[in-house]
Write a new protein. Structure first.
Length: 280
């Protein structure tokens, strides 16, 4: 499987070099207006080709913003972020231009909806709103199909977990807050997050879908350090700890979990129709 490219995700005051999500569609309820009468949608949307030639792409959506800004990103990666997909092989039917041509996207909610939008502290919860933008501006139609693929199953080790479970904070909207994480080469630091972000990061690192079979439903603090297989100064930034073990050993020794080979049905997004956008 081809692993998606990394992008810069600007999340509040923390900058993460992280993947664009996995699996299929986010199991996230649509954001609702303050009075609960309707879902929040982007009020202003701008889509323009980016011909800069730069290889840097980013998504910016700080907690107190009123929208999302995407810079220099192929449509393939925008789709991955909007639908929660980690691996390129989990999208089928993309035309070549959707992988090659890059776009700048600016999307903002109305002043009326800005307060409700800002209450969402996890920018991932905002991303399903991009699905409607893709339908409107790229005339996207798609469906899901299941495909059996080799995966890794994450299970609890025989001696139990070594992560610290905490009680999550409750946000202003009355929902549990998903904590935060810091990701660097060869290190993940979780501060009060559920299992899903770890599953997502492991999927990107391993190049195979990781399925959660731990049964763990809590929120956890932990630091995971490993040496990437391609660790060298020429292969990217130097790992945080070059003496750390492999990711498989690190998961077992530091988290009390274990990665096992398995096969499982994986949801794939099939593109039925897609058009290049007209500039606005």
């Amino acid at each position: 499987m081809r692993v998606i490219q990394k992008v810069l995700l600007f999340v509040g005051s923390v900058v993460l070099a992280a993947p664009l999500a996995s699996g299929a569609q986010y199991a996230t309820p649509r954001l609702m207006a303050a009075d609960g009468s309707r879902p929040i949608e982007f009020d202003v949307m701008s889509v323009k080709p980016n011909h800069s030639g730069s290889t840097v792409m980013k998504i910016v959506s700080p907690p107190m913003s009123d929208g999302v800004t995407i810079t220099n990103m192929p449509l393939e990666n925008i789709l991955q972020w909007a639908f929660g997909i980690f691996l390129n092989d989990q999208i089928a039917g993309l035309p070549d231009w959707a992988r090659q041509e890059r776009y700048d996207v600016t999307a903002k909610v109305s002043d009326e909806d800005a307060a409700a939008f800002r209450k969402v502290t996890d920018p991932i919860q905002r991303m399903p709103m991009l699905q409607k933008l893709l339908v409107e501006r790229f005339h996207l139609t798609s469906h899901y199909a299941m495909k059996e693929l080799p995966v890794y199953a994450l299970v609890v080790g025989k001696n139990g977990i070594r992560m610290t479970e905490i009680q999550p904070a409750i946000g202003a909207n009355g929902m549990k807050e998903g904590g935060a994480r810091q990701v660097s080469r060869g290190q993940i630091k979780s501060m009060g997050q559920p299992m899903k972000p770890l599953i997502n990061q492991l999927t990107m690192e391993l190049g195979h879908v990781v399925v959660d079979r731990t049964g763990l439903m809590g929120y956890y603090n932990f630091t995971l350090k490993w040496t990437p297989d391609d660790a060298s100064p020429t292969a990217g930034s130097v790992p945080e700890d070059p003496s750390a073990p492999s990711i498989f050993t690190a998961v077992q020794e530091q988290l009390g979990l274990k990665l096992e080979h398995a096969r499982a049905p994986v949801q794939v997004l099939v593109i039925d129709h897609l058009e290049k956008p007209t500039e606005n």
